[in-house]
Design a binder for this molecule. Structure first.
Ligand code: CP3
Length: 364
């Protein structure tokens, strides 16, 4: 007797042939046919159609409903004509899937039931099994079937940023409990980050197997660390995640906020594309990364200050053009914001920004 195959054993989607997609060409350091652009948090509260669809469904519930994930991911692609889609999900999705008690509280962010502070807490922490994110993989398969020639970006939180939520119990300004654990009990710290690296890598591999065309590792809060501490306490674990995808054949983007002093180290961790926030001009970022890593040909992503989108179209166009010009110092440039779209952003400003970028000439 045969049984219908569960969704998890559906064949991995055949990777689409997107060799000419501007986003992928630029991410690989080639010359794209136009300036590629996508926006961190392009899906979400800036879009009325998102707010309507999400009404009555909790964020983390939505992330496990493949049809909803599919539709929310497609919304900004349809509306803005961006050059890539990013999977609608959250960095805490793999933690919740693994069985860790947490929720996303509107207006606050991820909140953890039992903060992780001791070796016993760390050892009790479940590590993700790939089947636990089957709904996410299903959403990816639906999306690659729908997206035509638009690439799909998968993502994960990096071990440090995930650890910060788990140790603090929620969002934190100074990350003091996280750093206290790191400094006072390095053994427990490294055990925690190693487990989170395994979870992050399993989450990304599941997305790649289901068909995403690129991945981004968000180490949003790594900018809280000195270069020295980043290299000792964080880099080896992020390298496990990025290095674990070296043979996957998809570009790997590595992004954090306030990471001007870490950009070289973040590339060294295994990034093909270095994400830059708005504080460091892209040409300066390229100089720093190339000097720190003794390698040329860095590809960068960024870096319009999301607050600029409130200053009127003339300012937006001027700043966007400046950033494209600064990006010519790099082997490749993917235009993005320096952090996520702010919820009150007028989405029409984003649509007009994409149209403006597509009139510019890419390349060095
Ligand atoms: O970029 C995209 O369009 C894809 C979607 C995406 C979300 N979260 C959806 C989301 C991505 C890439 C993330 C990653 C994420 N989540 C990060 C790293 C990126 C970054 O911003 O630095 C972080 C730190 C989180 C944790 C998190 N989740 C925060 C801080 C919040 C906001 C809480 C709030 O209400 O202010 C969330 C919730 C969240 N994740 C929302 C969305 C669209 C808002 C939830 C809602 O619509 O109610």
């Amino acid at each position: 007797m045969t049984h219908p195959a569960p969704a998890s054993s559906v064949e991995p989607a055949a990777r689409r042939d997107l060799a000419d997609a501007p986003f992928l060409v630029a991410a690989r350091g080639g010359l794209p046919s136009r300036v590629p652009v996508w926006f961190m948090r392009q899906a979400g509260r800036s879009l009325p159609e998102y707010r309507e669809l999400r009404a009555g469904t909790r964020m983390l519930q939505a992330c496990f409903e493949p049809d909803l994930v599919r539709e929310i991911t497609l919304q900004p692609v349809r509306r803005h004509g961006v050059d890539a889609a990013i999977l609608f999900s959250d960095i805490v999705v793999p933690l919740r899937a693994a069985g860790i008690g947490l929720d996303i509280v509107p207006g606050t962010g991820p909140v953890v039931d039992h903060p992780v502070r001791t070796l016993a807490d760390v050892e009790a922490l479940p590590v993700l099994d790939a089947e636990q994110v089957d709904p996410v993989a299903d959403a990816v398969r639906l999306l690659v079937a729908d997206l035509g020639d638009t690439p799909l970006i998968g993502f994960t939180g990096a071990p440090f940023t995930l650890a910060s939520y788990l140790v603090e119990g929620g969002p934190s300004r100074n990350h003091e409990r996280t750093k206290a654990l790191m400094y006072a009990d390095p053994g427990t710290w490294h055990t925690l980050l190693d487990r989170l690296a395994d979870t992050a890598l399993t989450f990304l591999r599941a997305q790649v197997a289901a068909g995403v065309d690129a991945v981004q590792v968000f180490d949003s809060w790594a900018g809280a660390l000195s270069t020295r501490d980043y290299r000792e306490f964080v880099l080896p674990h992020s390298a496990k995640v990025l290095g674990g995808l070296a043979d996957a054949g998809v570009p790997r983007i590595h992004f954090g906020v306030g990471t001007g002093a870490l950009l070289g180290s973040m590339r060294e961790a295994g990034a093909d594309v270095v994400g830059v926030d708005w504080r460091t001009p892209l040409d300066e970022a390229v100089r720093r990364v190339e000097a720190e890593t003794d390698r040329g040909d860095v590809v960068v992503q960024g870096n319009l200050d999301p607050a600029t989108l409130f200053a009127g179209d003339d300012v937006v166009r001027r700043e966007a053009t400046r950033i494209v010009d600064e990006g010519r110092a790099a082997a490749g440039h993917v235009f993005n914001l320096g952090h996520g779209v702010l919820p009150d952003t007028d989405p029409d400003v984003l649509t007009r920004l994409v149209a403006h970028l597509h009139t510019l000439t890419p390349g060095r």
